[in-house]
Design a protein around this ligand. Structure first.
Ligand code: 13P
Ligand code: 13P
Ligand code: MG
Ligand code: MG
Length: 372
């Protein structure tokens, strides 16, 4: 049997160029240098550093398992060093934005960065897709993950592939209570949707194949505002999905993104906007700090090595005219939503805005209300 390998995707916004637009090339360079050292020292097998908008994403493979203090420490020190040596000297915007603590306690969970990790035994061929989004939150994956792993209309394999026919188990996290529940599909599909429809509270933490509990997908679940108690940027999420041979095909995994569904985030993390699938080149937000964007990067794992098209450079899966129509629809929707200005449902509801600066505005008006 092949050796176990862990895929760790740890991400944080540690400052960006021109407001919340894009990570600076020198931040990427510095992070690469750190991870290259760790690779030479044998701590990690391989890595790929990239960004989605203003979020710096560290994809790493290693043999230390999930939640390893060594790997989390490496990510933490990388984010700290990029902040101190690049973000601050260049006066990049919101330097160190997502680093909510000064002291590292062995695990970056709850300290600001987003974490998605899976320990697997590599199959004879192991295609993976890494998704990262900017200007949205973990609940943005609810709709596509439901489509990919529970909807027979999206995923033909659920119907016609015997290795997937039994379905999948969704581990759903209640981010307010900090609890998880496992729901098996198809039999608990309606209960699953009952939870996942509430995107700001219930999010998918991981998905397992029902027959053998093999992990199929894992997502970041951080809600920064719930940690910090105030608005500190959105919790721009990431997601790792295994593809093919008992898991959904690459095309089944990408298909839901051809429909740019509305997600929470966008300007000041306070609006609903369409999630636009883009290439790495276009993973940077502009119009009203958006629209929210998502990239999909394809790799093959080979003994923990991240095989891409050119070294570790992945297949840039949304860099494809097949997603042009989705992008056009996303911009039409973006324009449509913006015409509503600050009126709900274009703007998020009051419970979602609790951690923003809106309560301060309302506070000022409090004493001016008269009884009628
Ligand atoms: P291949 O026959 O090329 O392996 O494709 C199977 C498949 O899963 C297509 O989605
Ligand atoms: P980020 O969460 O991507 O930092 O964006 C914050 C924001 O306020 C955008 O308008
Ligand atoms: Mg930012
Ligand atoms: Mg961001």
């Amino acid at each position: 049997m092949s050796q176990k390998v862990t895929i760790s995707l740890i991400k944080a916004d540690v400052g960006s160029l021109c407001g919340h637009h894009v990570v600076h090339p020198r931040q990427i360079e510095m992070a690469r240098k750190k991870l290259e050292e760790a690779k030479k020292n044998g701590l990690i097998i391989d890595y790929y550093v990239f960004n989605c908008g203003d979020d710096l994403e560290l994809l790493m493979t290693h043999t230390k398992g999930e939640g390893s203090p060594d790997i989390h420490g490496l990510a933490w020190s990388t984010f700290k060093e990029v902040t101190e040596k690049v973000s601050k000297p260049l006066k990049l915007y919101a330097a160190g934005q997502d680093l909510l603590s000064d002291t590292f306690s062995g695990n970056v969970k709850g300290m600001g960065p987003g974490v998605a990790e899976m320990e697997i035994r590599e199959r004879p061929s192991e295609p993976i897709i890494v998704f990262a989004a900017d200007k949205t939150e973990p609940g943005a994956w609810n709709y596509p993950l439901y489509k990919i792993f529970a909807s027979p209309d999206n995923t033909a394999g659920l119907v016609i592939d015997p290795s997937m026919h039994e379905g999948f188990i969704f581990r759903v996290m209640d981010v307010i209570e900090g609890k998880v529940v496992d729901l098996a599909c198809p039999e608990e599909l309606y209960s699953l949707i009952a939870l996942l429809g509430t995107t700001g509270r219930y999010v998918v933490e991981r998905i397992l194949r029902k027959v053998d509990k093999e992990i199929a997908a894992v997502a970041t679940t951080t809600r920064l505002s719930l940690i910090a108690g105030k608005y500190v940027g959105k919790d721009d999420p990431a997601l790792i999905v295994r593809a093919q041979h008992g898991f959904p095909a690459v095309g089944e995994i990408l298909a839901p993104f051809a429909y740019p569904h509305l997600v929470a985030g966008w300007m000041r993390g306070s609006h609903y906007g369409p999630l636009m699938p883009v290439s790495l080149k276009h993973a940077k937000c502009t119009f009203f700090d958006g629209p929210p964007r998502v990239v999909a990067l394809g790799f093959q794992l080979a003994n923990g090595e991240l095989i891409g098209l050119n070294g570790s450079d992945p297949a840039d899966l949304f860099d494809d005219p097949a997603f042009d129509v989705a992008r056009t629809i996303a911009m039409q929707l973006a324009d449509y939503m913006r015409r509503m200005g600050e009126f709900m449902p274009a703007r998020l509801g009051p419970e979602e805005l609790e951690y923003t600066t809106l309560p301060k505005i309302l506070e000022k008006l409090k004493d001016r209300f008269r009884h009628v």
